[in-house]
Design a protein around this ligand. Structure first.
Ligand code: 0CJ
Ligand code: F3S
Length: 317
């Protein structure tokens, strides 16, 4: 019996970004150099498969530093940590490796600079996300004010509207953020804006790629874990762009084949923390049931690479 036909639109770029690649390599190198166990504070990136694979190699994931013994290496996740965390590690004379993405560290530096220059700082982000906790924790409690929505931007009351600055989480919706920024700028024309976008290149490129094809797809599958903010945003972008149904799936086993009833075009993307093998598995699982015609969208080519911390490269050399 011949298989039904289906067009697949692969949004490009998709999957791993440079910061995720670096963070995972930091854990792998630490395990090679120091042996197991290597402790990791928080999921190194928000992906179940990445975490499970590293657990298999000997990484132990913990919520807080106090759960780590002082004589084993500890890695801080890609999302960044409050200043109190490395400070505590130093107090306990622990060996730590910071896998904070350099683009998150850049936001930390920016917030600190605004504070040193006496500005009131607004952070646009999602409450409770580890990156937000990390960025707020670069400065004394209460200094950074969080706003999450356009409504928050409309009602925010600064101490001095002429002395304000904002920074953002790196993985936000580009469109929602530009609405929020627009409101802040119209209410507070003198607000200091980031030198360069805080939403990172990977988030922006993946959202743009989904936008390009969303209207042509009846169904969109985004590969990524539920905790992953940038992956969740891709689902929203697909739906807003005109796709009727969009799902965030960890892997091919989470596909419900009823989703494909009456569907002729399916979009596929993956969050910045989703490994490539999960993407190829999903495409293969679809290919086993349908005669697929695969279209790769023409997206920007990403060439960003971040160096590993020197303690790891020097030790390997
Ligand atoms: O916050 C980051 C530096 C992004 C890390 C990569 O993605 P993920 O899924 O671990 O994290 P988000 O929840 O921030 O998207
Ligand atoms: Fe960094 Fe953006 Fe990836 S902040 S970890 S490059 S999603």
């Amino acid at each position: 019996m011949s298989k039904p036909s289906l067009t697949l639109k692969l949004a490009t770029p998709r999957g791993f970004c440079a910061g995720v690649d670096r963070a995972i390599q930091i854990v792998e190198r630490a395990l090679e150099l120091h042996g197991a166990p290597v402790y990791v504070r928080h999921e190194i990136v928000h992906n179940k498969h990445v975490v499970d694979r590293l657990k298999g190699l000997g990484a132990v994931f913990v919520k807080e530093l106090e759960q780590c013994p002082p004589d084993r290496p500890v890695v801080f996740s890609a999302h960044g940590v409050p200043k109190s965390v490395p400070a505590e590690a130093r107090d306990r004379k622990m060996f730590y490796l910071d896998a904070t993405c350099p683009l998150v560290s850049k936001v930390h530096v920016e917030a600190e600079r605004h504070h040193n220059e006496g500005r009131e700082i607004i952070l646009i982000g999602h409450a409770g996300h580890p990156e937000v906790i990390g960025t707020m924790g670069q400065l004394p409690e209460g200094v950074v004010k969080l706003i999450e929505t356009a409504e928050d931007a409309r009602t925010y009351t600064p101490v001095d509207p002429k002395n304000l600055a904002f920074v953002t989480q790196t993985t936000l919706s580009v469109d929602d953020t530009s609405e929020i920024v627009g409101i802040l700028q119209s209410r507070f024309p003198e607000i200091a804006v980031p030198h360069k976008e805080d939403i990172c290149y990977a988030t922006t490129n993946r959202q743009d790629a989904v936008k390009q094809v969303a209207a042509e797809c009846e169904l969109f599958l985004v590969i990524g874990s539920k905790k992953s903010s940038n992956s969740q945003r891709l689902v929203e972008v697909a739906l807003r762009g005109g796709t009727q149904v969009a799902h965030l799936i960890d892997d091919a086993t989470q596909i419900d084949w009823d989703w494909f009833n009456g569907v002729s075009t399916v979009g596929i993307s993956a969050g910045a923390s989703a490994p490539e093998n999960l993407i190829t598995d999903v495409i293969a699982a679809i290919g086993a049931r349908f005669e697929t015609e695969v279209h790769e969208t023409g997206g920007v080519r990403e060439t960003v690479v971040f160096k590993l911390p020197r303690v790891l490269t020097e030790a390997s050399a």
